[in-house]
Design a binder for this molecule. Structure first.
Ligand code: MG
Ligand code: ZN
Length: 220
């Protein structure tokens, strides 16, 4: 009985996600669901990507957090449209929350929409939001074992961003072990090494994103 209820909830979420996806397509918006554990650098990567793509793409941002608006305030300083969703305890964004956010964004002014999910490597992977690409950020201080411990999110990712790459000399981190762990789960994900502190790798990541948007693969 409980399983049946859970299936119904996921089914409703899938339907709203499809509607979100259609709305985004109709407005020519390329949407990216950004997931990671807390503190891996989702907001930092969004801010650095906004700076990198200035004049090349118009960015909009949906910030998902259990509480507060500190991340939206950081993004707002870059003078792009931003909406903060507070989930009120829920540990992931769902499609209905994103639908409400879309109703409050100037969609005609956005080319690429970043949806920053709640910091969580587990159930964020289970909820479609209507996005075109799923991105997972994993930062060096978290350790190289994250793909082994949280396989589903790495399995479903379109790209994996290794952030805080500048910290490799200072922490115990085996880059090859991490890469091997990702590849065991996902043969096709793009993998980027970046530092939002030094700017290393940000341009390469931003160009890939722009190419994904302009590649014209149906529906993008
Ligand atoms: Mg954040
Ligand atoms: Zn959750």
């Amino acid at each position: 009985m409980e399983i049946k209820v859970l299936k119904n909830i996921l089914g409703a979420n899938e339907q709203i996600a499809v509607q979100n996806h259609q709305l985004l397509n109709s407005k020519g918006i390329f949407a990216v669901n950004i997931m990671s554990s807390p503190g891996a650098g989702k907001t930092s990567l969004i801010v650095e990507t906004i700076k990198a793509l200035k004049g090349r793409a118009r960015i909009g941002v949906i910030e998902g957090d259990v509480a507060g608006s500190v991340d939206a305030e950081r993004v707002d300083k870059e003078q792009v449209p931003v909406i903060q969703i507070n989930t009120g305890g829920q540990c992931h964004l769902d499609a209905n929350m994103v639908r409400n956010a879309l109703e409050n964004l100037p969609l005609k002014d956005i080319d690429i929409l970043f949806i920053e999910n709640v910091g969580n490597l587990i159930c964020t992977a289970d909820f479609a939001l209507g996005e075109h690409k799923k991105i997972v950020i994993s930062s060096v201080p978290e350790g190289d074992d994250k793909p082994i411990k949280y396989p589903m999110i790495f399995h479903t990712a379109d790209a994996v961003v290794i952030n805080k790459i500048d910290l490799i000399p200072y922490v115990k981190y085996d880059l090859q072990a991490f890469l091997k762990g990702v590849r065991a789960l996902n043969k096709s994900a793009e993998i980027f090494q970046v530092s939002c502190t030094t700017g290393w790798g940000v341009e390469e990541w931003a160009c890939w994103l722009l190419n994904q948007k302009t590649a014209g693969k149906s529906p993008f």
